[in-house]
Design a protein around this ligand. Sequence first.
Ligand code: NAD
Length: 353
Amino acid sequence: MNFKIAVIKGDGIGPEIVDEAIKVLNKVGEKYYHNFEFTELLAGGIAIDKTGHNLPEETLEACKKSNAVILGAVGGPKWDSLPGNDRPEKALLGLRKELNLYSNIRPAMMFDVLKDACPLKPELVKGGLDIVIVRELTGGIYFGKKFTKNDYACDYMEYSKYEIERIAHQAFKIAEARNKHVTSVDKANVLETSRLWRKTVAEVSKSYPNVKLDNLYVDNAAMQLVINPKQFDVIVTENMFGDILSDEASMITGSIGMLPSASLGDNNFGMYEPIHGSAPDIAGQGKANPIATILSIAMMLKYTLSLHKEAESIENAVKRALEQGARTADIRKYEEKIITTEEMGNIIAGNIE
Ligand code: NAD
C-alpha cells in the first residue's frame, strides 16, 4: 500500500532521531511491500530561521493532506529569548489545534532488560510494564476562560459531553485491542466536570461490553501508579490530570529516550513524536537514543495505518536490539559498549522481520 507521511524533523536532536526512524520505516516497507512517501516540512526554530514563522502555513496544509505526521522535537537555547507566541514550542500547540488532535496517547512501556532503570522496587515491575495513558488534549482547565484582576486570578474548567464521549471511545477501542481494561480517572467527589466525565464514560462503556471499566479518583490513581502499576491497562483522563499522570507513569520506566507518544484526531489521523524534547546538550553528537521515535513509528502503524503486524515487527526489533546489548549512553547501566544514534538505528532496522 501507499502512504503519505509528513515529516517534521525540527531542532536539536530532531533530525538525527527522525532519520533513524525513517530508516526503520523504510525497512518495514521493503519487508511488507508498502510504499511510504515522505514530505519534509519545517516547524519550530528551524522554521523561524528559514521563514520567520514557527509554523508556516505550507507545513499545516501539507500535514492535512498526509495520512500521518512524524515529529522530532522543537526548541533550543537559540530561540529562548523570543516572546511566548513566537517561540518554536508554540508550533506544537498550533499543530494540535489546527489538526484537531484531541487525544494524547502515551504508553509507559518498560522492557524487562532495562528494569534496573525503574525507580520502583523490582518486584512491582517484574515481567515489564505496559500501560497506555489516554489524555484529553484540547479541553478542560488549560483551554477554559481565564483572567487575572488585581490580586485575583481564575481558570475555568469546562467539558462538554461530546468532548468526553470521543476520548472515551478512543480509550475503549485501544483497550479492546489490548487487555480489555479501562480505568477512568477523575475527581468526581469534588468537581462537576468530573461527575459529567464519570457518567459519560459509563454510558460509552456500554458499547464495549467486553472491556472492564473501573473509576479512580486522581489522587488515588497517582498513588496506585507507584504502589501497584501492573494493575493498569488503559487509563483515560482529562487534560490536566493526564498531563501529570502521564509524566509520572513514563518516569516509572526510567528513561526519557525510550518513550513514544501519539496525538490523535478523528478518522485515525495522528501526529507521532517522542515524549522528550530537542536535547540541545547532545545535539549533533550522535549520542541521542532514537528508540522513542522508532516506537512512535510503531504507534503510527498501529493507530493510523492499521498495520498491526508491521507495528509488532518494530516493537520486537527494538526488544531484540536491547537483548543483544545495544545501548546508547542514556540507557547504559553496566559495562556495555556505547553505540551511536545511527548504529542503534542500523541494529533495529536489521532486526525487522
Ligand atoms: P529534553 O527532553 O530535550 O532533555 C532533557 C534531558 O534528557 C537532557 O539531558 C537530554 O540530553 C536528555 N534526552 C532527551 N532526549 C534524549 C534522547 N533521545 N536520548 C538521550 N538523551 C535524551 O528537555 P529540555 O532540556 O527541558 O528541553 C530542551 C528543549 O526542547 C527546550 O527548548 C524545550 O522547550 C524543548 N522541548 C520540546 C518538546 C517537543 O518538541 N515536543 C518537548 C519538551 C521540550
